[in-house]
Design a protein around this ligand. Structure first.
Ligand code: CO8
Length: 373
């Protein structure tokens, strides 16, 4: 379609990760303490006792076994239960930029490219740690890239929507090459005292180098892109710049991620399967033409259901790889991390599909074809 290629990818993970066992032990210790502190009110029927979490539930309901975090000690401290982040001066590189730069450097090295080869940086992530200047421009500056950079955000579809923006920029001649960076620092946005969601997210950064197609070099040609959004409050965060001015003042917890997980599951799975099937039809492709689906990584059962609907047959783990066990949900980065980790074994001309889905609702889907030099 466009003469655009994903040339390479890069990944950054924080050095520390938290297992389900560690997370649940902390949560349950906090619950025990909370119930003891509120024993009289609970006994009087004024408030309900809190229920413990369980590793068995988490693994079965989500497929998650561990998650990376920027600060394990803070997450597992029952007096705190959120990462502790040292406030950096304006002269220091920001946390999101630092994570993004590490992933971007890996993508550049993998393709043997230099910052002078890059025309623009798109930083696309669920949330930015500040409003301005753009994280993308900070990354651009740190890498010594001429040209432009901008931030964008479409929750869990941030990675694919960012990729599609990069594809469009190259296809229209605005740029010859773009670095897409998706740093997802999610654990500070997660309420580790909420039993329904305390296990869901992890921190990561992923980067893609996107260039004009060049058949002489390895890469992944973009055959087609598709985006869909449909408004829903079922996944929401009310964190924003108005919070400090709002009357009445929002609760501290209001800044966190919340969701109606069951509704999301029921509503999003058919939307995604329908979109992929119609995209394949529009491109005269059959599901069996796809060697692999790199799906958004929110929940293993969602991925199994969507892959089953798309392939309309049993499929192997290799056809729809899952990275939730190690990474948990990494929001907009998930499908790109699955691609980064599992893009081996393709011959020239074989195809795969990258697809994200999540808050908004939003779906971003991209058909790729392997170019082997
Ligand atoms: N331990 C033990 N039991 C539990 C726990 C727990 N931790 N939590 C809930 N339970 C219990 C419930 O109380 C319930 O008990 P009962 O049946 O007695 O009432 C039972 O387990 C079942 O509860 P649920 O129905 O809630 O459980 P589900 O099977 O639906 O699983 C999931 C919950 C895993 C959340 C599942 O619904 C899910 O993953 N849904 C899809 C959600 C999804 O994809 N969301 C996308 C969000 S990501 C996104 O879009 C990006 C947003 C931006 C990210 C920002 C970064 C932070």
């Amino acid at each position: 379609m466009t003469g655009v290629t994903i040339r390479s990818s890069g990944l950054w993970t924080p050095p520390e990760s938290v297992s389900n066992e560690e997370l649940v032990a902390c949560f349950n210790a906090w619950v025990e303490q909370w119930n003891a502190d509120n024993a009289d009110a609970i006994a009087a029927g004024q408030i309900e006792a809190k229920a413990p979490s369980s590793t068995g539930f988490i693994e079965k309901a989500s497929g998650i076994k561990s998650r990376y975090t920027i600060d394990k000690a803070g997450v597992l401290d029952i007096m705190r239960m959120r990462p502790e982040v040292r406030r950096r001066s304006d002269g220091e590189v920001s946390i999101m930029a630092e994570a993004g730069i590490a992933a971007a450097k890996q993508a550049l090295a993998a393709a043997d490219r230099d910052p002078k080869d890059i025309d623009g940086v798109i930083c696309s992530a669920t949330t930015m740690q500040r409003t301005y200047p753009c994280i993308a421009i900070e990354i651009q500056d740190a890498l010594g890239i001429e040209g432009f950079g901008y931030d964008m955000s479409v929750a869990c579809s941030s990675g694919t929507f960012g990729l599609i923006n990069a594809v469009n920029a190259i296809a229209t001649g605005q740029a010859r090459s773009i670095l897409l960076v998706t740093p997802e620092i999610t654990t500070p946005q997660l309420n580790f005292r909420d039993r329904d969601s305390h296990f869901i997210f992890g921190d990561v950064a992923v980067a893609l180098l996107i260039e004009r197609d060049n058949r002489d070099q390895d890469g992944w040609a973009i055959l087609n892109t598709k985006m869909k959004t449909a408004y829903s409050n079922n996944i929401r965060s009310n964190f924003g710049f108005l919070n400090a001015s709002e009357t009445p003042e929002p609760e501290f917890e209001d800044r966190y991620f919340t969701q109606e997980g069951r509704k999301v599951f029921k509503e999003v799975c058919p939307m995604v399967a329908d979109l992929i099937r119609s995209q394949l039809e529009e491109n005269q492709l059959a599901a069996n033409d796809l060697k692999r689906l790199w799906l958004h990584q929110a929940n293993i059962n969602m991925n199994l259901m969507i892959a089953r609907k798309v392939y309309d047959r049993d499929f192997t783990p290799d056809e729809a790889p899952v990275i939730l066990d190690e990474f948990a949900n990494t929001a907009g980065a998930g499908s790109l991390v699955a691609f980064h980790r599992h893009s081996d074994g393709f011959s020239d001309g074989e195809k795969g599909l990258l697809c994200s889905f999540g808050a908004g609702y939003s779906i971003g889907s991209v058909i790729l074809e392997k170019r082997a030099a």
